[in-house]
Design a protein around this ligand. Structure first.
Ligand code: CUA
Length: 356
């Protein structure tokens, strides 16, 4: 029987293993390059919200903490890699000269010094983190507004308690003013995260957590649930729309109004169907008898930018698709497939589109 291991190695197999080592080294270098390039290029995707692109005082403090930790981590990492490199080189040189290792390599002083430096760095980082947390606790200006956000599998209910306004998946705030956000959940734990404006905060059933957010320029900031909450966790998104105060007030005033359905016969037919098919048992449309609390308030549905908590852009085609078969778009969502006929679908969507 032929042995699988040749020993002692022949010259041929030595060359072959050297070549194999070369190939392995080249593959490792290539892999490392791809990984590093991946990390570097990850920041280039400009539609992803980033902690490193802050648009408010809260996010700026978090960004500063991030850079400080990154700088310290990088310096320590480089020093450690350099020391390992020097040690390896020395060991290699000694093995070539057949020189014995010195009795005492480094010594106790070196080890103690390392421990002290590590301790000082850790305490420094801890202190800076505490300082950041303290600076984040209260805004410089008084709170201008309170918004309540309730997490649901898998969408966000957004309430303006002082104005009797309820909407979903879109948090409007006035720019340059701190807004108090009160968070709770109707089912499991979720987490409210708008990377460009603030850090994360959990939404817990039965408990209200609160923090403030502020945007320093008008814009639409993407938010994402940051705590795994079931199969559609990734599709539990929302938008924070920061507007100049007048625009925000106009929006709030418009949202305060009850729904006004259009006069067209198709819209009227859709409204009738909305009640007959049972939609009103789950959804509220202020100004009508629909007062369900299971799904999002639809009073001004057609004024929103997305559907199904950021899953789809709000437009006619997507609304048809969503109402026709929500389970195909967001499996497990509580909105069922109503098996509507084509004419029923047209009528219901005409009604929903009139809810501006
Ligand atoms: Cu809600 Cu993840």
């Amino acid at each position: 029987m032929r042995s699988l291991i040749r020993w002692p190695p022949t010259e041929m197999s030595a060359t072959r293993s050297a070549r194999k080592r070369d190939t392995r080294l080249r593959s490792c270098t290539l892999l490392a390059t791809v990984v590093v390039a991946g990390f570097l290029l990850a920041g280039c995707q400009d539609d992803s919200p980033s902690v490193l692109d802050p648009h408010g005082p809260r996010a700026e403090l978090i960004e500063l903490l991030w850079w400080v930790l990154f700088a310290i981590g990088s310096i320590v990492g480089l020093i450690v890699v350099a020391l390992i490199g020097i040690a390896l080189l020395q060991a290699h040189r000694r093995s070539q000269d057949a020189e014995p290792l010195p009795e005492e390599a480094g010594g106790t002083g070196f080890i103690l010094g390392g421990a002290v430096i590590t301790g000082v760095i850790m305490m420094g980082v801890f202190g800076f983190t505490l300082w950041t947390m303290n600076a984040l606790a209260d805004p410089d200006d008084p709170i201008a507004l309170t918004v309540e956000v309730t997490g649901n599998q898998w969408w966000w209910e957004v309430t303006y308690p002082e104005d009797d306004v309820v909407t979903a998946n879109e948090v409007h705030i006035p720019v340059d003013q701190p807004v108090l956000v009160k968070l709770t959940s109707d089912d499991v734990i979720h987490s409210f995260w708008v990377p460009e404006l603030a850090g994360k905060l959990d939404l817990l059933p039965g408990i209200t957590n609160e923090f403030w957010i502020e945007a320093d320029e008008p814009g639409i900031y993407r938010g994402q649930c940051a705590e795994f909450c079931g199969t559609q966790h990734a599709l539990m998104q929302f938008l924070v729309v920061a507007q100049p105060r007048e625009d925000f007030d106009a929006w709030l005033e418009q949202q305060r109004q009850p729904a006004v359905a259009g006069e067209f016969p198709l819209i009227q037919e859709g409204q009738d169907l909305f009640f007959r098919m049972g939609c009103a048992a789950c959804h509220t449309v202020r100004g009508t008898d629909a007062d369900g609390k299971v799904g999002p308030d639809l009073t001004h549905l057609a004024s929103r930018r997305t559907l199904a908590a950021g899953t789809l852009e709000f437009n006619n085609g997507n609304l048809y698709g969503w109402v026709a078969d929500p389970q195909a778009i967001k499996p497990g969502a509580r909105m069922p497939n109503l098996r509507l006929t084509r004419d029923e679908l047209y009528a219901i969507v005409a009604y929903l589109l009139s809810l501006k």
